[in-house]
Structure formats: C-alpha cells, structure tokens
Design a protein around this ligand. Structure first.
Ligand code: NDP
Length: 252
C-alpha cells in the first residue's frame, strides 16, 4: 500500500531538541507514525514528559555541546529500543548582532551547537546504521544557510546552517551506496521559542511577514510533516537534498 510508505512502523528514531518547538512536533508525529522515539534535550519539559509517558517514547538528557553526549545518547537509544534507524539532528540555537562585535564565546556557542554537535551525533549514529546498511539522517538546516536575513544580522548562525547543508550533501554522497540517506530540512520563519522575541517585536514581525509570500509564519507541525516524508520509506530515492519549507520566502 503506497500510503504505508509514509509510516515509520518498526523504526527507531533519535530526535535532538525533541523537548520543545520543531523537535517536539517531529517526535510527536513520529510516534503517531509508528516509530519508537528517543527524545533528547537539556531540560525535560512538561510536553516531553507527557510524550515519554507513552511506551513508544523515552527521554535521555544531554547537552549536545558536551563531546561525550553523542555516543551516550546513541547508546541510550540502542539500549532502550534495540536499534537506531533515524537520526533527526534538530537541536540548535540562534544569536544575532553586528558581525564586528560578535565575540569568540558567541561564535563558539553557535558553531558548537549548530554544526559541531550535529557532525558528532551523526558520526555516532551512523555506526549502527552501517552495520545494518540502512538508515536515515535528517539535519535541520535553515533558509538562513542560503540568504542574508533581515532585519536581524546573524552571520555566525547563517554560516553554521550553511555548514549543515553542505555536510548533508557530502554525507549523502559518501553513504548513498551503503543504504543510508542524508537530507536536510530548511525551515523559514516558524513559531517557536527561538522566534518568539522576533515575532513579538513589531518591526521584525512586519519585515518577516512581508518577506514571506504566504504572509504568515510556519508552524512546528508543518515542519514535522516534511520531516516525516524525508525520514519515511516514501522518500526512498531522495538523498543529499535540502527541502525548503518557508512559505515562499526564498522565491525572491
Ligand atoms: P527552540 O528554541 O524552540 O528549540 C531549540 C531546541 O534545541 C530545544 O529543544 C533545545 O533544548 C535544543 N538545544 C539547544 N541547545 C542545546 C544544547 N546545547 N544541548 C541540547 N539541546 C539543545 O527552536 P526551534 O524549535 O525553532 O529550532 C529547532 C531547529 O530548527 C534549530 O536547529 C533551528 O536552528 C532550526 N530552525 C528554526 C527556525 C525557526 O524559525 N524557528 C527557522 C530555521 C531553522 P533545551 O530546551 O534543553 O535547551
């Protein structure tokens, strides 16, 4: 049945930053689609606690910038659910400000969270996938990888997401012949804790909305729908791609 290709029955997924925002929506939808989901983040939110009350989801705490975290959260997933078929590298932070004042500590925080951590977590997750010659990695990138945002200035964030997109393409090339697909999702402006300050700022809100042809922000659930497609057998011939979901932001 073709529609079954959109389900994840029998699959085990690890979702970083699955405790809130886009990651939580992805974790919830994956459980609904039949997957077992290991949810990770630094803080166990009430939403994540509720999701993990279901036998199909479990929680492991971890700061992705800690070099020990990637191997530990992958091991926790294998221990709990007996495998790892899907990794969603979603955890991320944003920071904006003038390039000439962006100090090393802020640069390191962005780079360590948004690029180094996904690299390390994918490196840890791909080992069990290689044993099975099967797996899917989805990296959450951003339209910021492709454009200069306005009105906020955020060179470091944009460069970190560009690195994620390129990591995606090159990993896809390296592992395509070994049954492992690697794709990225590039959201536009989506309602979450990350954007709530900008959405509440009338001047920023106006620019973001006017630059989005659909005239509205995306919802985390709309990103989760795209993530499900990219992680399900339905996208079996898709690898090395960046799926943009931005209400048309990057059309102009
Ligand atoms: P949120 O701020 O709502 O969520 C960020 C998530 O990342 C949280 O779950 C957070 O966990 C986790 N996280 C951050 N730092 C760490 C860390 N050091 N260790 C472990 N977990 C961490 O943002 P979104 O849901 O909007 O963002 C999710 C992804 O989508 C990010 O990669 C972001 O860059 C990307 N994105 C978002 C867009 C948007 O408009 N919202 C647009 C384009 C891309 P904790 O609660 O423990 O801190």
């Amino acid at each position: 049945m073709a529609l079954e290709q959109f389900r994840l029955d029998g699959k085990v997924a690890l979702v970083t930053g699955g405790n809130r925002g886009i990651g939580l929506a992805i974790a919830r939808l994956f459980v609904e689609a039949g997957a077992k989901v290991m949810v990770t983040g630094r803080s166990l939110t009430a939403d994540a606690q509720e999701l993990c009350a279901n036998d199909c989801a479990a929680w492991v705490a971890g700061d992705v910038t800690d070099p020990a975290t990637p191997e530990r959260i992958v091991a926790a997933t294998l221990d709990r659910f007996g495998g790892l078929d899907i990794l969603v590298n979603n955890a991320g932070i944003a920071d904006s400000g003038d390039f000439h004042d962006f100090d090393d500590a802020r640069l390191a925080a962005i780079n360590d969270t948004n690029f180094v951590a996904p690299f390390r977590i994918a490196r840890a997750a791909i080992k069990p996938m290689l044993k099975k010659q099967s797996g899917v990695i989805l990296n959450i990138g951003s339209i910021s990888a492709e454009v200069a945002n306005q009105p906020q200035l955020q060179v470091a964030y944009n460069a970190s997401k560009a690195a994620v997109h390129q990591m995606t393409r090159v990993m896809a090339f390296e592992y395509a012949s070994r049954g492992i697909r690697v794709n990225a999702l590039a959201p536009g402006y989506v309602v979450s804790d990350m954007t709530k300050g900008g959405i509440a700022n009338a001047a920023w809100n106006k620019v973001w909305t006017e630059n989005t042809p659909m005239g509205r922000f995306g919802q985390p659930e709309e990103m989760a729908n795209c993530a499900l497609f990219l992680c399900a057998p339905a996208s079996s011939y898709v690898t090395g791609t960046v799926l943009t979901a931005d209400g048309g932001y990057t059309t102009h």
